[in-house]
Ligand binder design. Structure first.
Ligand code: SF4
Ligand code: SF4
Length: 280
């Protein structure tokens, strides 16, 4: 046993095993003059959320698929290969693709994971309680000197200071979808390829989703007023909210978007016509 593990006989993970609530107080600060400045960005493993992508694609003026193709790498989020994305590192390194000499080049639009650090969070569904509860904890890594800074701050104030509250709000429905999928267990709820494609589009490709909701096939089934449609077409944050409603409806059967009364019949008719056309 080496010296370090002798000192930490029960615990070698950087996560401090203390559950924090919103009103808990932590001792932490991070600023440009700290000796470890940017050390946390040199060895990253950042899972991207839908709202991270909205903010960053807008910052660069890119389409979703352009941003995703340039700055992220796909990975399987679970044993059913639900599509996830991780932020890219610079070639041959573990350093964030957005890290430059002076610091983070996308600081105002940095992903949720960067805003959280050195706070961690987890959504837990306790027994006999339907709502997901957020718990927090501190991540104390050896390279991070922020824990030695004298400043104390409550978890709720830290979240607000870092803009985490806004990101969590925008990503809440997505997190619900992901948690629901995870809690369905390893054999129940194996998604079809079509479900995975829809999850991928709704989560990471809002430009395609915007086109999708304007197709004849979509409008034939769902009740969308022209006012609502014009909001969805021009406001990406509203579009993200709507895309998660749609996902909840198609993956879990939640009636989040009103359907047209004759939607089912029209759909069957269209499928018949398609089959007939392909036979001919
Ligand atoms: S996005 Fe910015 S803050 Fe986040 S890891 Fe990269 S350089 Fe660091
Ligand atoms: S104090 Fe921690 S979070 Fe801040 S720059 Fe240093 S390593 Fe990163």
């Amino acid at each position: 046993m080496d010296k370090q593990s002798e000192q930490k006989p029960f615990y070698s993970s950087p996560i401090e095993p203390i559950e924090l609530k919103l009103n808990s107080v932590i001792q932490f600060d991070c600023h440009k003059n700290i000796s470890c400045f940017n050390a946390c960005c040199r060895n990253i493993d950042i899972v991207m959320t839908p709202y991270d992508i909205v903010r960053l694609k807008q910052r660069f003026g890119l389409l979703s698929h352009e941003f995703v193709g340039t700055y992220t790498t796909p990975y399987p989020m679970d044993h059913h290969d639900m599509p996830g994305l991780k932020l890219n590192t610079k070639p041959g390194t573990t350093e964030c693709v957005f890290l430059f000499e002076e610091g983070c080049m996308v600081y105002e639009d940095r992903p949720a994971a960067c805003r959280y650090y050195a706070l961690g969070s987890m959504g837990v569904r306790k027994k006999d309680v339907s709502q997901v509860e957020d718990i927090y904890f501190l991540v104390k890594e050896d390279h991070c000197r922020g824990h030695e800074e004298p400043r104390t701050i409550s978890v709720v104030d830290y979240r607000e200071e870092q803009g985490v509250d806004v990101y969590d709000e925008k990503n809440r429905d997505w997190r619900d979808v992901v948690l629901k999928k995870r809690s369905s267990g390893p054999t129940v709820g194996r998604p079809s390829d079509r479900s995975k494609q829809l999850f991928d589009m709704c989560s990471y490709d809002l430009d395609s989703f915007r086109e999708f909701i304007q197709t004849e096939g979509f409008l034939e089934i769902y009740e969308i007023s022209s006012d609502q449609m014009s909001i969805l077409v021009r406001d990406e944050e509203e579009l993200l909210r709507f895309s998660m409603q749609f996902l909840k409806q198609v993956l879990y059967g939640e009636m989040t978007i009103p359907m047209k009364p004759d939607a089912r019949e029209k759909r069957i008719q269209r499928m018949r016509e398609r089959m007939q056309a392909s036979e001919e």
